[in-house]
Design a protein around this ligand. Structure first.
Ligand code: F0G
Length: 435
């Protein structure tokens, strides 16, 4: 007899539920966002002998099959109803968790780690959601997938879609607001790459509308299946800390899918008693695009939408986050909050972490800056343990890095500049500069 499903789609607003195999991003009854709801009672009843931790620990170091992926290692909790044969993996995940003595010293905090998601195959955390999204697209048998993107989602979608015969990818990007390295990724992977003279919020609004009318599977984080893959960032952090939860996880926030995913996953681990308490979440936004930080300051009285302005953290240049409600839900439930950071703070924080040999881009640097602010204000205490999620690699943002160190970034006076020195091709001239 076929196994009954462990998961369904459920509206986060009214609770109405739908089968998982339906292509659906919102509720018919109330237009609320939908999420994948796991049958936690059943998972509790059917918990593996020896417990979840030892099941997942036993898979560390496997060299073949989906379990070597840092997403599918947890497949009982991530799309358990997806047949294993459908999985499209590179594999992804298994990124390093770097202890940062420098951040501990600068901030005066007991323990700070950086989870470097830039070490994923396409250099960002988006691979975790995309292995889930593209695997599900294959399971559903769709022939076209699409996303609007500030760069990284499109890079990941394109690279995973390229692994599936007969699957066509379409990416919609805001012209001039995506780094050259990011832009090169969907082009290289063979996606139809559409560049719109519009901001990201407009790109996604147009694409959502098109996907309502055309048989194209939308792979933005409004897609509940993608969120499931991204939960694994939190799972991996906990496993790397030997299941001893940190006090805080700090996440840069744009469209707000990632923080929602991490929060959802942590709540599930707690419900299954894999952990006894869930870390608090700090969501970080660039000041020029900070609707959630504003909403927090206003006591979440109303839904805040802003017109995003330019920032070096262009991947989070989003004024109207799609997963707003989910993010507010998980952050409040965790006892956390949202904070914003200025351009100066973002780029100085980036240079601080980069100089430790952990090369990050301006988007996660926003999280580092927000952490420093929260720590200085005492919102994070001296004796706490903190993990900052570095969502993408510095190599995706060369221009911002070079302009910062050269003192050419508008509005930023670099506190940590490492200037490039132009020197004659002459031994003596070079030697004069050496230590
Ligand atoms: N950091 C990076 C490097 C990103 O690319 C993004 C989002 C975020 C943080 C924020 O994550 O949207 O889930 O809150 N990039 C999306 C994209 C919007 O299209 O690549 P989020």
């Amino acid at each position: 007899m076929a196994r009954s499903p462990v998961s369904r789609l459920r509206c986060i607003a009214c609770g109405r539920d739908y089968p998982l195999d339906q292509i659906r991003y919102e509720c018919d009854a109330c237009s609320g966002l939908v999420e994948v709801a796991l049958d936690l009672d059943r998972l509790r009843r059917e918990a593996p002998e020896g417990g979840w931790r030892s099941l997942f620990d036993g898979r560390l170091g496997v060299t073949g099959g989906p379990h070597r992926s840092g997403v599918w290692r947890y497949n009982e909790l991530i799309l358990p109803d997806l047949p294993a044969g459908r999985i499209v993996t590179k594999p992804e995940g298994n990124t390093n968790l770097y202890r940062s003595p420098r951040l501990e010293e600068v901030s005066g905090t007991a323990e700070v780690h950086v989870k470097h998601e830039g070490e994923n195959p396409t250099l960002s955390f988006k691979d975790r959601g995309m292995t889930a999204g593209i695997s599900f697209a294959r399971h559903l048998g769709v022939t076209a997938v699409a996303c609007a993107s500030t760069g990284d989602t499109s890079a990941a979608m394109a690279a995973y879609a390229a692994q599936v015969d007969g699957l066509r990818g379409v990416v919609v990007l805001p012209a001039g607001k995506v780094s050259l390295e990011q832009l090169s990724q969907p082009v290289a992977s063979g996606c139809l790459t559409l560049s719109l003279k519009a901001d990201f919020d407009t790109c996604i609004r147009l694409l959502r509308d098109i996907c309502r009318r055309k048989p194209i599977y939308l792979l933005n984080s409004v897609n509940p299946v993608r969120i499931e893959g991204q939960k694994s960032i939190g799972f991996e952090i906990l496993q790397q800390l030997r299941w001893e939860p940190p006090d805080w996880i700090v996440v840069p926030v744009g469209n707000a899918g990632n923080i929602s995913a991490i929060g959802k996953g942590l709540q599930e681990l707690k419900a299954l008693s894999v952990i006894d308490r869930a870390p608090r979440l700090l969501g970080a936004q660039a000041a020029s695009a900070a609707p959630l930080a504003q909403a927090y300051r206003e006591g979440y009285r109303r839904r805040v939408r802003v017109t995003a302005a330019d920032t070096s953290a262009s991947a989070i240049r989003i004024g109207d986050p799609v997963s707003y409600d989910k993010a507010v839900g998980v952050v409040r439930e965790s006892g956390g909050f949202f904070e914003s950071a200025s351009e100066q703070e973002i780029m100085d924080a980036k240079a601080l972490v980069d100089a430790t040999g952990v090369y990050i881009c301006p988007n996660p640097a926003t999280a580092v800056a927000a952490f420093l602010t929260a720590r200085a204000a005492g919102a994070i205490a001296r004796d706490e343990r903190v993990v900052i999620v570095a969502t993408a690699h510095g190599c995706k943002f060369s221009k911002a890095t070079i302009e910062y160190h050269g003192g050419r970034l508008p509005g930023v006076a670099p506190a940590r500049a490492n200037r490039i020195v132009e020197v004659e091709a002459d031994v003596r001239a070079i030697e004069r500069l050496l230590p």
